[in-house]
Design a protein around this ligand. Structure first.
Ligand code: PLP
Length: 392
């Protein structure tokens, strides 16, 4: 019989009753160390007291008003995001996909309003992930996402990751924007070299093209800066965020410069729930907690120690692990054995990791995870590896 929950996920036989910090507790009271954080979502851990408190306070006052009226929390959060970034203006959504849809619509509208309606082509990259709407599977283009769902949305091309020559020959009079994740997440934690990002910025400036970053996974402190592109010292024209910004409450945003957003006038775009009072109350608290020098520096300190321990783990278990890559607490541990075997064996040792492309397991813990919890993760991963070794 068909499960009443549509089986679009291959779910692990686990269900959790509550969470605290970097721990999830199942219905039997068993504690799991959460190194996935809901795929880079619960950046302040589970049940963070300040987030719980702002959510409860707002819940008692007001849940929803239409975007026909001002939503004061939206304005507060937009001000914070604008203060902290390249952006001048923000559109709020409920998810990464919706933030990306806004980004693409905005890019096309920008050129349309500038008298160049032929500029519709979005250049994206192989191995990318931008969401599951028809538009965003068309943007990423991989068969794994698109098969059976055609016809796709026209106007997207995908180039090999990091190939500058291919990029130059693809740019023409119909190009509207270049779209890239500064670190590919689902693709297997593949960082784009700073030089390549800088090259993209130059090409976009030279050809009047907009540069769109998808920081849905790598943004909001994940890499030890508020946004991953800051490491490269360049800025996009448009940026999609989600995941971390709500700390576990559904919230996304599309950030843009004033220039890129000129076409987004009243009536051009919308969302019933986008930026609702509950989500934006939490978003404000997340920004206040994450966007401080101390919090961000601590991520870098923790991450470099953890990285060293992971290098050690690879040396001790060369039949299981091969290499480690990433930035800050966005880490891909490349496996020798199938990554899913490591993820599954993790369940038996009460550690949660997330599989990714290129045979990695992703380690995306809460950004306030403690040094001792990170060491506990190493211990458990080591036990996982030892277990798998006995069966090789
Ligand atoms: C998760 C993700 C998305 C899609 O976000 P949803 O909230 O699932 O719609 C888009 N882009 C990237 C890079 C992501 O990691």
């Amino acid at each position: 019989m068909t499960p009443t929950v549509m089986p679009t996920y291959a779910r692990a036989p686990l269900s959790f009753a509550k969470g605290k910090g970097s721990w999830l507790i199942d219905d039997q009271g068993q504690h799991y160390l959460d190194m996935g954080a809901g795929i880079a979502v619960n950046i302040l851990g589970h049940a963070h007291p300040e987030l719980v408190s702002v959510l409860n306070d707002q819940a008692e006052k007001l849940w929803h008003t239409s975007n026909l009226y001002n939503v004061p929390n939206q304005k507060k959060l937009a001000d914070k995001l604008v203060d902290a970034t390249f952006a001048d203006t923000v559109f709020f959504t409920n998810s990464g996909t919706e933030s990306m849809e806004c980004a693409i619509k905005m890019a096309r509208k920008y050129h349309y309003d500038n008298g160049m309606p032929e500029r519709i082509k979005i250049i994206a990259f192989e191995g990318s992930f931008h969401g599951r709407s028809l538009g965003m599977i068309s943007a990423a283009g991989s068969e794994k996402l698109t098969k059976g769902f055609g016809p796709l949305v026209p106007g997207f091309v995908q180039l090999p990751f990091g190939n500058h020559e291919a990029l130059i020959s693809e740019i023409d009079a119909s190009t509207a924007a270049i779209l890239i994740e500064p670190i590919q997440g689902e693709g297997g934690i593949l960082p784009v070299p700073d030089q390549f990002l800088k090259g993209l910025r130059d090409l976009c400036d030279e050809h009047g093209i907009l540069l769109i970053f998808d920081e849905v996974q790598c943004g909001v402190g994940r890499t030890g800066k508020l946004f991953a592109h800051e490491w490269a010292g360049i800025e996009p024209d448009i940026m999609a965020i989600a995941k971390g910004i709500g700390g576990g409450f559904p919230l996304g945003a599309c950030l843009a410069t004033e220039k890129a957003a000129t076409g987004m006038t009243a009536g051009t775009h919308g969302s019933t729930y986008g930026g609702n009072p509950l989500a934006t109350a939490v978003g404000i608290a997340v920004m206040d907690l994450v966007n401080t020098p101390d919090f961000l520096n601590n991520i870098n300190t923790q991450a470099s120690l953890f990285r060293q321990s992971l290098e050690g783990l690879i040396i001790t278990h060369p039949k299981i692990f091969k290499s480690v890559r990433g930035s800050g607490l966005m880490i891909g541990l490349e496996c020798v054995v199938p990554n899913i075997d490591v993820v599954n064996a993790g369940y038996d040792h009460q550690i949660l990791t997330v599989p990714g492309g290129a045979n990695v397991i992703r380690l995306l813990p809460a950004l306030n995870i403690s040094a001792s919890e990170l060491q506990e993760a190493i211990k458990r991963l080591s036990a996982v590896a030892a277990k798998i070794e006995t069966s090789l």
